[in-house]
Design a protein around this ligand. Structure first.
Ligand code: ZN
Length: 330
């Protein structure tokens, strides 16, 4: 069995770029040596322990990344896999039921590499929307693992290899955990978010970002505003939210221009700046943090309205439209 006492106890902020540095690499390796060796994870640890002198550095580094870039939520371990220039792919591993899912595989190779490092196969792909940087890995992964592909029913013709068609209120099980599907259009006309209420995690694709939201490529401001409100009202504040891109620094720089009086935002800006200066990831976030600092979720706030020159009684959706326009031209 996987046990978090060695496999997932490292500081989740240890990033692949940090792991390349000697000090962090040594620290990670010593952390790997600590725990017991059992099952799949254990066998990998033994290999690292005994063969570390002869293993290719690239292989060792990938193994370390695989450990550092993971976080446990109840029975579900979420492994973060950076891809393309700023995408995050998430591999979900149900520890008790031995099921594995991948969210939005923009590429297949980094997913296969990580699965092999972890000694895992793949049961299903979950796509939030049809864009290539969320689905390009679908067919190669389906071919290799004969896995299911879940996606929005209205985008059946745009999601490669789709086998399971989802819409608002759809539910399915991952291991023994119920997954709820929320339609969250706006970035694209078809977009779904996946909510795991027991583990208190959500995967929101390109709808909600850390201190930002997706561009309106196909949908309207009304749709995106409604989708963000749906997330804000459906997901409890302590939900951990996984977004599909590392856009946080640019979002934070914009946010302070439209919500300049927000002390929570100012504090978070400094945290984000520090993380990004060390090339550490800022995803996941929480609904609580977003409700306090994400301007796209604060369109009803009087100070924010004043900051962008709108009247106190301006409709929230109009405030949203204006904030989105400002961000598009930032
Ligand atoms: Zn997209």
């Amino acid at each position: 069995m996987f046990k978090k006492d060695w496999c997932f106890s490292l500081d989740e902020q240890i990033h692949e770029e940090s792991a390349e540095e000697g000090g962090m690499f040594a620290r990670s390796l010593s952390a790997l040596r600590r725990g017991p060796a059992r099952g799949v994870a254990g066998s990998r640890q033994i290999r690292l322990f005994h063969d570390e002198g002869t293993l290719a550095q690239g292989h060792r580094r990938r193994a370390l990344e695989a450990t550092a870039m993971a976080r446990t939520h109840g029975d579900v371990v979420v492994h973060t896999v950076p891809a393309l220039s700023d995408n995050y792919i998430f591999i979900l591993e149900h520890q008790k039921r031995k099921q594995v899912a991948v969210i939005d595989p923009s590429e297949s190779k980094p997913v296969v590499d990580r699965l092999e490092d972890l000694g895992l196969s793949l049961d299903c792909i979950l796509n939030t929307h049809h864009h290539y940087d969320h689905t390009d890995g679908n067919l190669a992964l389906k071919d290799r693992y004969d896995c299911k592909v879940f996606g929005f029913s209205g985008d059946s013709s745009r999601i490669p290899g789709i086998t399971h068609h989802l819409s608002e209120g759809s539910e399915f099980h991952f291991g023994d955990e119920l997954v709820e599907v929320l339609e969250t259009p706006g970035h694209t006309t078809g977009h779904v978010s996946f909510y795991f209420p027991r583990s208190k995690i959500a995967f929101v694709g390109d709808t909600l970002f850390v201190m930002g939201c997706g561009r309106l490529f196909e949908g309207s401001p009304q749709q995106m505003h409604a989708s963000l409100q749906k997330l804000a009202t459906t997901l409890p504040a302590d939900t951990t939210v996984y977004c599909a891109h590392e856009y946080t620094m640019s979002n934070a720089k914009f946010a302070i221009t439209v919500d300049s009086g927000n002390q929570a935002l100012a504090d978070r800006f400094r945290e984000i700046e520090s993380l990004r200066s060390q090339k550490l990831k800022t995803v996941p976030t929480t609904m609580e943090a977003e409700l306090k600092t994400n301007p796209f979720l604060r369109c009803g706030d009087g100070d924010l309205k004043r900051c962008i020159g709108m009247a106190g009684d301006a409709e929230e959706v109009e405030v949203f439209r204006r904030v989105r326009q400002l961000k598009d031209n930032f």
